[in-house]
Design a protein around this ligand. Sequence first.
Ligand code: GRG
Length: 304
Amino acid sequence: MDFPAQFEHYRQRVERGLDEHLPPAATRPARLHAAMRYSLQAGGKRLRPVLVLAAADLFAPAGAADGPGSLAPSEMAVPAAVAVECVHTYSLIHDDLPCMDNDDLRRGRPTAHRQFDEATALLAGDALLTHAFALLSLHYPADRGLALVRELAAAAGSRELIGGQMDDLLAEKNPGITAAELDQIHLRKTAAMIESALALGGLAAGVSDAAPLNTLHLAGRHLGLAFQIVDDILDATADTATLGKTAGKDARAGKATYVTLHGLDASRRSAREHTAAARAALALLPGGAPFLVALAETMGARSN
Ligand code: GRG
């Protein structure tokens, strides 16, 4: 398997999917739809939607017996991949708002509220979140669509992504936060969406057995924790130009991170351990999931 070529293939499919599945920029109100596209098409790493497509491709095409005309699993999964990127991008737009992180730079460009205004950014985030669930309800048969909606709603909801963000904001005022409390924030704020991306891929491909779905969740949880630890390492060690977002912000804000609590060496060790655990879980999936195993390795060594 040629990992870079396969990643690029999935990434380009995601970019096309985003364009196909978003309301055109000129849709009224044009300012709102332009803001949605501005943030979504700013060139993020597309990790979560690529995970959706690659997870789907692990499973035999639904209706394979129908012959060459049947859709590849990753094609079936494109609307789910776009949905997960819509939710992720909404969370970035809202996280950057003055009432949260108050940031000026995202994906190497001015944040949505800097480029447009605060109200437009807030509404663009709301609209992306809502659009994600519309896509899942529109593009899948009823039972599959319901399973996808349940999965994404759980990951993005008050117990996971939004709950993790709430506790993250509260933790800024709590200098005594423990390592266990920080792990809980990371699990919900970061890992839940990465876990969900893998599970959404399986569901979009028609998987309904608990065992592979649980394995996708387990792999995603370790992948997500490794991703957040690496994010904390990069925040402490990389520069703004490389990251495309403001570097060193956590340290300046006196915010507890994996690095401030454990130090750089232990953080690097822990990121390696979670990457290895993710790889071990992924290897249990059909065909041993070589692309996803390589992606886990690449994410552990990323520089932005
Ligand atoms: C506002 C509900 C709500 C949640 C915000 C996304 C988020 C939660 C906060 C952003 C800050 C942060 C460090 C989040 C952890 C997850 C993370 C590292 C997000 C950035 O994901 P990347 O690096 O971004 O995949 P790109 O731009 O490449 O898609």
